[in-house]
Design a protein around this ligand. Sequence first.
Ligand code: BJ8
Length: 425
Amino acid sequence: MSDDYKQMWKDLGLNLEAHDMLLNVLGNAYKDIYLAQINRPEGMGYFDFVMSEVHGLRIKELIDEKAQGRKIIGSYCVFVPEEIVLAANATLVGLCSGADFAVEEVEKYLPRNTCALIKSAFGFKLGKVCPYLESADMVVGENTCDGKKKAYESLGSLIDNLYVMDLPQMKSEQGKAILKGEYYRFKEAVEKLTGVAITAESLKNAIKTVNAKRSAIHRLSELRKADPVPISGLDALLANQVFFYDNPARFTESVNKICDELEKRIQDKQGAVPAKTPRILLSGCPMAVPNWKLPWIVETSGAVIVGEESCVGERGTRNLVDESCDTVDKMMGAITDRYFKVDCAIFTPNQERLNHIVEMAENYKADGVIHYGLQFCQPYIMESIPVEKALEGKNIPTLRVETDYGMEDAGQLKTRVQAFIEQLR
Ligand code: BJ8
């Protein structure tokens, strides 16, 4: 690592020793899992570069933006509208992380039976290892599951710029009104932070930018319906993960470039794996970098992942904001309409999600579904039972998996996944 980067991390207040440790873990996992793959599209070179510079060049870009007066806003949930952030001339970055860190310290703040995603957010703060978090001028927490909701009360004592967004729990008209009210409150907070008043023009442009980013991901997803599938699930997941912190325009361009290549691969019947390889749909909790454990197990056990029903995947990216509105109020309404369709398991009842999983399994021609629940995640683990029933009703085999970020259960998981794949053949 260059001395410039070291100085930059030091200026951000990172613990350099702990941060080096984290980068080593990340680099080794990437090498073992990603660079070990064969038949990768050439366009994935861009994502290899992004990952090698994830705490380097991208952070430097953010610091340069800050020097020019632009604000950085961090978020832990796909309910935080990037459109509003961009329209106020700020940058949104995802903060969820997929690795355990500073576990002992974390357990001074949170009970042991808290999901790994929440613990990891605390670990990255307490260990002082996340340059995204440390460069954020505002961090948005959202009242989704009980774990996050209560955790933000403690996180507020560690982060002085925490903003909490309330969210409804039911998909009713009142629920939508709550969300809309919260989006207006957020708009005001962002305008106050940046000193920039959002106009119809800036909001329209922001909607177009985010729609373009989501459309590129939709295009990528569409191409995964082919057999042989032209890209591995691991690579597609990586694109979905990078979605949260790359520059939006550059990300869109890079994903579209890969799609051009994948279209050519499909014409040539060239796959990331041979035709007729068992196809898996993953469904459940989000997988943040570097949480690649389950996809890696699946794809080294003779199957390929063809879709993710996840917030780091189709649940987070499907649906665009209507671009035809011409006033800020109408656009705020269109933004609310789009986000209100996100079928997170915190909603009750949540039939929409069950329908969407069945629909995805059919559309992506999945031979089976693996439902992934993070240990202690009540909403998704409870919902995994109705999910399994809905899929059983359509004769789609399902495997329910509960795990965390540790590797202790990798062997046992692999045995279960292999047996499931065997049953699909
Ligand atoms: S919209 S899925 S990103 S809340 S895994 S912290 S649910 S106990 S992450 Fe999420 Fe927004 Fe919903 Fe999506 Fe709680 Fe479960 Fe932990 Fe979770």
